[in-house]
Structure formats: C-alpha cells, structure tokens
Design a protein around this ligand. Structure first.
Ligand SMILES: [Fe+2]
Length: 152
C-alpha cells in the first residue's frame, strides 16, 4: 500500500466531509415552508453524519502519519427543495465514488479496507435514500400539480 497516496486521498475525502457538514447545515437553516417540518431535521442529521465521517477520517489520517486538512470545497445551496435534494444526491454519490477509490488504494491492508467499507456502506445508504426521496417528492409534486389543475 502506498501510504502517502492513501493519506492524500483521505484528505480529499476529509474536504468533502467538511463540505457536507457546511452544506447540510446550511440546508437545514434556510429551509422554509411546510417541508421545513420534515427536512430541517433530516438535513441536520446528514450534517452530523458528515461530521462523524470527518472525525473518523481525520483520526485515521493522523494514525497513518499525515496531517488532516481543515479546508472544504464550495457548498451548493438553494431555496428550492427539489434542487437541494438533487445536490444532496450528488454529494452522496461523490462520497461513494471517493470511498470506492480509497478502497482500491487501501489494497491489501484489511483493517483499512474494513474501516472504509463501513463508511462506504453509509454513503451508499445516503444515495439510496435520496434517490427514493426524490422519486417521492417528484411524484407528490406532480400529483399536487394535477389536482391543482383539476380544481382550477
Ligand atoms: Fe460521509
């Protein structure tokens, strides 16, 4: 295993997780209207999950002899809930991609592989969940649209 390559990639992952902390927190702060009741806490939970992953990855980077980054990437934000859900799905999908690449770099280090697989599994759950939420949200929106048209 190329330890430096692993550390460098884990730092890219750490940046992504810090981005998640900020992006999901912002989404929970700014959501208004009826959906606030549902999604403010959902986004807050996702911010907490990203923080949990950031903590795991930061500790692992130090264990491997590296220095964790304290930067993040630009966040995506919107007042439009469908857009926020799309951003969230894209965020989770990128995490899956990044942890999958980390697993390739971890190579024959079984303990590191298991460590990364556990997080990868949670990222994939995020992808699955946002995929289903978007399906539900889009179908509800279209149902509302058609009932509005009927009554109008
Ligand atoms: Fe994560």
């Amino acid at each position: 295993m190329d330890t430096q390559a692993v550390i460098d990639h884990l730092n890219e992952i750490l940046k992504h997780e810090w981005t998640g902390v900020a992006q999901y927190s912002q989404a929970s702060f700014i959501i208004e209207g009826l959906w606030r009741e549902v999604y403010a806490s959902k986004f807050e939970d996702d911010a907490k999950e990203s923080f949990g992953h950031a903590k795991l990855i930061g500790d692992k980077i130090v264990a491997l002899g590296g220095v964790p980054v304290a930067q993040r990437n630009e966040i995506k934000q919107s007042k439009n809930l469908s857009e926020v859900l799309e951003f969230s799905l894209a965020f989770e999908a990128k995490a899956v991609e990044m942890y999958t690449k980390a697993l390739e770099l971890a190579d024959s280090n079984r303990a590191l592989v298991v460590f990364l697989e556990d997080i990868l599994n949670e990222e994939q759950e995020g992808v699955d969940e946002y995929t289903k939420l978007l399906r539900d949200h889009n179908s509800k929106t279209s149902q509302l649209d058609s009932s509005t048209r009927k009554s109008g």
